[in-house]
Design a protein around this ligand. Structure first.
Ligand SMILES: NC(=O)c1ccc[n+]([C@@H]2O[C@H](COP(=O)([O-])OP(=O)(O)OC[C@H]3O[C@@H](n4cnc5c(N)ncnc54)[C@H](O)[C@@H]3O)[C@@H](O)[C@H]2O)c1
Length: 294
């Protein structure tokens, strides 16, 4: 699908990181952009920054975990712009779960699923019927992660489970759109291939009271800066992918109608092969041993 100036993009989780980079990229291509995010102050700053650059943007405070709020976002967007061509279901959080799965706080699971899985489903349900009915070309991009989308990092297993769900949801969506003969395509995004300098490590800043932790954390949250410093001290170099590269991959992928928005990476390819081979061989998932860090 062409990203023609004047077309409309909706991005959730647009106040920060990858979502903000995608919004900037669409605006630079001349699209009207609806920025949706739960963090009001950051959202206002993001929208002001884009407006200063001359973009036509509309900001909406939305909790994607809340179906009614996502429905209201769709209604507001259609009332204002009359169409949606690109929908990026991108809002996501790290769960903050600690320890072994059987020790996890159930609210870590509920919160991560509410945002990372239900949030994407709410976006699909609120927007896709209207996008199909509009009859114009459209595209849905759902943000997954190599963690779970390819293979789980056992130390971040809740997050991984939600991101595996996003891949399967998007594969199913793709098939349903094809079966319908819709002019709307679907892609799944794996940001990377390296680490990203975003607010994901501070996801707890947006954790709502209804999913508050019931078991207090044993260790304080670690910031990306602290982790980076620890890696440096251990002599390990950390590589980062600029968020702008992720946004470029998304824009090119939409234009090319590509399903897998998976950046070239030997590491990812090795993981994919190892996992597939283990399944084909009916062998134990020994590839997970490489990721066990504690
Ligand atoms: N940073 C990484 O290394 C990485 C890697 C792979 C995938 N991802 C995924 O990329 C996406 C964007 O994350 P990011 O890294 O830019 O982090 P980020 O924290 O910088 O951005 C996420 C945005 O989502 C918003 N958000 C959180 N809960 C929300 C809710 N309930 N409703 C609406 N908005 C909400 C936050 O306020 C924030 O602005 C997420 O889905 C994340 O899982 C990130």
């Amino acid at each position: 699908m062409e990203l023609t100036p004047g077309r409309v993009a909706v991005v959730t989780g647009a106040a920060s990181g990858i979502g903000l980079a995608m919004a900037r990229r669409f605006a630079a291509d001349g699209l009207k952009v609806v920025l949706a995010d739960v963090e009001e102050g950051a959202l206002e700053d993001a929208a002001a920054g884009l407006r200063k650059d001359g973009a036509d943007v509309h900001a909406c405070v939305v909790d994607v975990a809340d179906r009614a709020q996502v429905e209201a976002l769709a209604t507001e967007t259609y009332e204002r712009y009359g169409a949606v061509h690109v929908l990026c279901n991108n809002a996501g959080v790290g769960s903050g779960a600690e320890g072994r799965m059987w020790e996890h706080d159930p609210n870590d699971w509920k919160w991560a699923f509410a945002v990372n899985v239900w949030g994407v489903f709410h976006g699909v349900q609120a927007f896709v019927p209207r996008m199909i009915a509009g009859g114009e070309p459209g595209h849905v991009v759902n943000t997954s992660s190599g963690d779970g989308g390819i293979a789980p990092l056992p130390t971040a297993s809740v997050y991984a489970v939600t991101k595996a769900a996003v891949v399967t949801m998007t594969e199913s969506l793709y098939a349903h759109l094809k079966a319908e003969g819709a002019r709307v395509g679907a892609s799944v995004l794996f940001p990377g291939p390296h680490m990203l300098r975003t607010g994901l490590w501070e996801s707890h800043r947006n954790r709502p009271a209804r999913y508050a932790k019931q078991k207090p954390r044993k260790t304080p949250y670690r910031s990306l800066g602290q982790w980076e410093a620890a890696m440096k001290e251990a002599g390990q170099e950390v590589r980062f992918t600029p968020v702008e590269d992720v946004a470029d991959l998304v824009a090119e992928g939409i234009r090319a109608g590509r399903f897998w928005l998976l950046p070239e990476s030997e590491h990812s390819d090795r993981q994919i092969r190892a996992r597939s081979q283990s399944m084909l061989d009916r062998a134990d998932p020994s590839y997970l041993e490489h990721f066990i860090l504690d």
